[in-house]
Design a protein around this ligand. Structure first.
Ligand code: 5GP
Length: 200
């Protein structure tokens, strides 16, 4: 079986990457890695589904035991990707999506140079601010911190191979599928299969 892609999907908070990913994972060839975080659950968020919600001590002990593929501090909280499921799902042929911020993404790029990297841009900072207010999940001061962080993150799009604008959901979703389709047809992604064909 062909190994699934590892897709790093980043972009400022409020740019709509979560909505894009929810559409993408309706296709059973894709799955989303469930991150761990020390942030408090938002209304409706379920432990183990949206995040693994951990105390700071629990999060630190996961880091100490080497269980995190990457982790980063983002606006006063820690976020990290548990390593175990990522390899397991890829080996089952699934394309695994990491919806993570840039500092963590840079760590994964170093560890997994075959990762496909996509950065999502909002149409503008004012639109980002409008979306965060409309979402209504964060207090005013948290929104201000997230906007400040967005201004730091956007220049770091230079580390990503693909950059997409999310001004229309349908287009962003089809762009995502187009990237994944092309990336699964590179020579690198098919090297093992070629070896298997020749050995039969
Ligand atoms: P939120 O609090 O809005 O759910 O997430 C805040 C930011 O943390 C978002 O940019 C999100 O992509 C990022 N994030 C979520 N999970 C992880 C993770 O496992 N690692 C890293 N580095 N960032 C994450």
């Amino acid at each position: 079986m062909k190994k699934g892609l590892l897709i790093i999907f980043s972009g400022p908070s409020g740019c709509g990457k979560g909505t894009i990913v929810q559409e993408i994972i309706k296709d059973e060839n894709f799955c989303l890695s469930v991150s761990a975080t020390t942030r408090q659950p938002r209304e409706g968020e379920i432990n183990g589904v949206h995040y693994q919600f951990l105390s700071r001590e629990e999060f630190q002990s996961r880091i100490d035991s080497g269980a995190m593929l990457e982790y980063a501090q983002y606006c006063d909280n820690f976020y990290g990707t548990p390593a175990d499921m990522v390899e397991k799902m890829r080996n089952e042929g699934k394309n695994v999506i990491l919806e993570i911020e840039v500092q963590g993404a840079l760590q994964v790029m170093k560890k997994c140079p075959d990762a496909v990297t996509i950065f999502v841009l909002p149409p503008s900072i004012s639109e980002l601010e409008r979306r965060l207010h409309k979402r209504g999940t964060e207090a005013e001061e948290v929104i201000a911190k997230r906007i400040a962080r967005a201004k730091e993150e956007i220049p770091l799009a230079e580390n990503y191979k693909y950059v997409m604008m999310n001004d229309a959901l349908e287009t962003a979703v089809s762009d995502f599928y187009a990237i994944a389709r092309a990336e699964s047809q590179t020579y690198e992604a098919n090297k093992e299969i070629i070896g298997e064909i020749l050995s039969c």
